[in-house]
Design a protein around this ligand. Structure first.
Ligand code: ADP
Ligand code: MG
Length: 445
């Protein structure tokens, strides 16, 4: 079987039933997902903002402390330069600070040479390496992160009455290890993570409850409408059949009635037939939408073979080359009647919307524990603009109306409902004017 086993033209656009099941037609999942995503976004944004706000605050607090320390140490530079390291104890009376905390101080002369240091941890980088050329011989104070250390460096000047400009005495650098902040942030991340996770679980349960509470009345309303539609359609059948029978009886006595009346009776008969067909289709659609308890093991091969046999005369009459490639012993779980209707609707469309001389290929294959049944035709095709509407009830393209005026636009809506009930997926590939390919994926029994 050579032709059409693969689409002749790469598909321009595809519409899949999964898109619908997340959105309009089955709002529960979509509703729940939207609510959850919104809540997670709000939570995530608040958590991240809080985290960065705290980081900023902690860093600012650390910078302020270091600045106070380095400024307090500035007057000691002069005596350290003169008397050296030995008088550090006297010059820095608050030096017990270094034994308890992670702070450290370094005194440098104007050449950047280290004069003295206090504390335990110091940055690895030498002072001059951290200064920008523009800062040398300029008054400044500078905050820097050097490895695991946060530092503040200031330049120290003294006023000299004999000179117009102050003299650079040297630099002082205060540092503190950021490990304490890191430890706080680690705890914070853990707290936010645990808090966030519990909030998401709570929101998840809450949103399931809320979605159910919101959708239950809607669902009940929908079920009532379905039931009324079902009842009305059912009750319409009998009077319509009576009209048909009555007109047919009258038409069988053509010789006793005026030709003008025969014409009118024919119109009544055709209208009654159309109405009956519509009623049948609506009834099937409403029933297809109601979950059925029938979950029998259906053998696909005989079901599809029977169907092909039913459609062969139509294909022959239209001059369409109908080919099949079916596999045996493939079983799905579901409703025999509904599955027959599903594939009948697809096959009917393929034959209706394909011109004489065209081809229809009906095939079946297994893929990843599922069966894919595809109906490919070389017919008039569906444009990408039309594609989003095809599963909507009563929608028909302009071209379809002219090719087959008797349709109601319910075939694919019914097919969609049946596929959903069988936990399957229906995908329509549009090849522009080169034909259509519809694939139905069903789980194996
Ligand atoms: N095989 C196909 N080729 C081209 N168009 C199609 C095909 N199947 C469906 N369509 C389009 O989708 C519309 C809806 O199809 P359907 O629900 O079966 O209703 P109907 O056949 O009664 O119009 C059709 O009117 C037609 O525009
Ligand atoms: Mg149809």
């Amino acid at each position: 079987m050579k032709f059409l086993t693969t689409p002749p033209i790469p598909s321009l656009i595809t519409i899949s039933s999964q898109l619908f099941s997340r959105g309009l037609l089955f709002p529960k999942k979509g509703f729940l997902l939207t609510y959850l995503i919104a809540m997670i976004c709000i939570l995530g944004t608040s958590g991240i903002s809080l985290y960065f706000f705290l980081i900023k605050n902690l860093n600012q607090q650390l910078d302020r402390e270091l600045l106070t320390l380095v400024q307090a140490a500035a007057p000691s530079l002069d005596s350290i330069k003169l008397e050296g390291h030995k008088n550090l104890d006297r010059e820095v009376p608050w030096r017990n600070l270094f034994s308890q905390q992670e702070y450290s101080l370094e005194w440098y002369d104007s050449e950047g040479k280290l004069l003295a240091r206090e504390g335990k941890n110091f940055p690895d980088a030498p002072l001059l390496a951290t200064l920008k050329p523009s800062q040398v011989n300029q008054e400044f104070f500078m905050f820097q992160r050097l490895g695991q250390m946060q530092t503040v460096t200031i330049s120290v000047y003294t006023d000299n009455p004999n000179q117009a400009t102050p003299t650079l005495e040297g630099y002082i650098r205060a540092s503190e290890s950021t490990s304490e902040i890191e430890a706080i942030l680690k705890k914070l991340r853990l707290g936010l993570g645990l808090g966030g996770a519990s909030a998401i679980v709570l929101i998840g349960f809450g949103s399931i409850y809320l979605t159910q509470e919101t959708l239950n009345p809607m669902k009940q309303g929908m079920n009532r409408i379905k039931k009324i539609t079902c009842d009305v359609s059912h009750h319409l059948r009998t009077p319509l059949t009576r009209i048909s029978i009555a007109t047919e009886i009258l038409l069988s006595k053509k010789d006793k009635i005026q030709p003008d009346e025969v014409k009118k009776l024919n119109i009544i008969n055709t209208a009654a037939d159309q109405l009956k067909k519509l009623v049948e289709e609506v009834l099937f659609l409403v029933r297809a939408d109601i979950p059925s308890n029938v979950r029998e093991r259906v053998s696909l091969n005989p079901l599809l073979q029977d169907l092909i046999e039913q459609f062969e005369p139509l294909a022959k009459a239209k001059g369409i080359d109908l080919r099949t490639q079916l596999s045996s012993r493939i079983f799905v779980k579901g409703d025999n009647v509904k599955l027959t209707r599903l594939f009948a609707n697809l096959l009917e469309n393929a034959l209706q919307y394909t011109e004489s001389g065209g081809r229809v290929f009906f095939s079946m294959r297994l893929s990843q524990g599922k069966v894919i049944i595809s109906v490919q035709d070389t017919g008039m095709g569906i444009t990408p603009e039309e594609l989003p509407f095809i599963f909507q009830g009563f929608w028909r393209s302009e071209l379809a109306r002219s090719v087959y005026p008797e349709g109601f636009g319910l075939g694919l809506t019914t097919a969609y409902a049946i596929v959903q009930q069988h936990q399957g997926e229906i995908t329509v590939d549009s090849h522009g004017k080169a034909g259509t390919s519809i694939k139905v994926k069903l789980p194996l029994a």
